[in-house]
Design a protein around this ligand. Structure first.
Ligand code: ADP
Ligand code: MG
Length: 429
């Protein structure tokens, strides 16, 4: 790697002897370097506070504050500790040289000055400083990348576990559910038989034993007989709903194979809506969210269904977040065939919309405007990965403040035996 010797900043010369300053200044200026001058330690510290030099040439013996004390203060402050310091000491003064280096100076320049040597040492240290800065930048960049990757891995791991759990629970619910659903019909028939029998008893034994008369007086048997079928009807409806939820959960969490599958996109959208049902229904102050579906007649789309469902989930969950304080909240889901080889899925809300600034950063990993614990800032960046990299599609956001927000996903219809060379990173965020 090559680094430019030309520093972006200047070199600060700290010395109380005018001849020293003029020799140094001339040498460095001739080499095209920018310089500033301070006459003692206090002046040097003030100068550094105003603007940081790329390098400091520091005399040891000075009035007011000597070079050692100046160096100690610069090294003690972590906003200035990284500035390289070169001491200037008399050739004979070995003790000062050692002390300077042990205090964190990078080098020393012996007096009287040899112009070539001064320049050579200064340039070496400027280059080192440049390299160090670049290295630090690279380390920061890599650390950021690693953090992103780590967050995504954790998220992916969590989701895989969650998916298994959901699929397991959905499966376990099935048998008891089937038991309830299948027994409702016979229960209905038995009750009819029994009420018929009771009717006949009442007809033929109009003067029952006192025990029976007492029971009839205390209970509203006629009401019970009328109400029982209605109870069974509502149990039947509830059982049906549990079955729908269970099917949706299994649909939603089915694990993707490594080839694309041809699926009905609407099924994925509907499963996601069922799972988000509790956030769509009205609760407390919040009104029910109107969900309007305008589904077209779509061909099956070759895709990784569970990854795609996560995209729907992320976008719908964001819309639900955005609609929290809206008076008549609405979500519109529209699907369209575009040309002869792609489909569009549009998800729009009438929430507050986005400012241009937020819209610009929307898909960045970890970008969120939500409080900690609510937002992770991963939903859209992962959605983009799934749509663009995994499905070779497009995802775009159309929005302006006060005008709601619309996400448009375009997917190629594709063919289902296409291999997945891309490892999905999927998360609900
Ligand atoms: N439908 C929407 N309406 C308004 N803002 C939205 C909408 N969808 C996304 N956003 C903005 O985009 C940001 C990033 O979304 P996302 O990546 O899902 O992360 P998170 O939801 O965790 O904040 C959100 O914090 C929000 O500011
Ligand atoms: Mg989100």
């Amino acid at each position: 790697m090559t680094a430019s010797v030309q520093p972006s900043g200047f070199i600060l010369i700290v010395d109380d002897t005018p001849t020293n300053i003029s020799v140094l200044a001339q040498t460095l200026r001739q080499a095209g370097l920018a310089i500033r001058i301070a006459n003692d330690g206090v002046g040097a510290l003030e100068q550094v506070k105003r603007e940081q030099p790329a390098l400091i040439l520091l005399d040891v013996q000075m009035p007011v504050m000597d070079g050692f004390e100046t160096c100690r203060r610069l090294k003690a402050d972590n906003t200035t500790s990284h500035i390289p310091i070169i001491f200037m000491t008399a050739l004979s003064d070995k003790a000062s040289r050692v002390k300077g280096l042990s205090m964190g100076a990078v080098d020393y320049i012996p007096k009287p000055f040899e112009q070539d040597e001064v320049l050579a040492r200064v340039q070496v240290h400027l280059q080192l400083k440049n390299l160090t800065d670049q290295l630090e930048e690279r380390v920061e960049e890599r650390t950021r990348e690693l953090q992103n990757a780590q967050v995504q891995l954790v998220q992916q791991e969590k989701l895989a576990t969650l998916g298994q759990l959901i699929a397991g629970v959905a499966h376990e619910i099935n048998n008891p559910m089937a038991c309830i659903a299948n027994n409702i019909e016979p229960a209905y028939e038995y009750i009819q038989d029994l009420s018929e029998l009771i009717g006949l008893y009442q007809k033929h034994y109009s003067d029952p034993a006192p025990e029976i008369s007492e029971l009839l007086a205390n209970r509203d048997i006629n009401f019970a007989l009328q109400d029982l079928p209605r109870l069974l009807d509502s149990m039947d409806l509830s059982a049906q709903r549990i079955r729908d939820i269970s099917v949706s959960l299994r649909n939603f969490s089915r694990s993707d194979t490594n080839t694309k599958q041809a699926v009905d996109i609407h099924e994925g959208l509907d499963s996601t809506l069922v799972i988000l049902g509790h956030r769509i229904k009205s609760s407390g102050e919040r009104p029910e969210i109107m969900v309007e579906k305008r589904y077209s007649n779509l061909p099956e789309v070759a895709c990784f269904p569970s990854a795609l469902n996560q995209v729907f989930m992320n976008i719908l969950a964001n819309a639900l977040d955005a609609l929290e304080a809206v008076e008549e909240p609405m979500i519109l889901i529209e699907t369209k065939v575009v040309g002869d080889s792609s489909v569009d899925i549009e998800i729009a809300d009438n929430g507050p919309g986005l400012t241009a600034l937020i819209k610009q950063r929307l898909f960045e990993p970890l970008f969120t405007t939500k409080p900690i614990g609510k937002g992770t800032g991963l939903g859209l960046s992962i959605s983009r990965q799934i749509i663009v990299e995994q499905h070779q599609g497009r995802i775009e956001c159309f929005s302006a403040p006060g005008e709601g927000c619309k996400f448009v996903i375009s997917l190629p219809v594709g063919n289902s035996d296409e291999h997945n060379s891309y490892q999905p990173i999927a998360a609900i965020a």
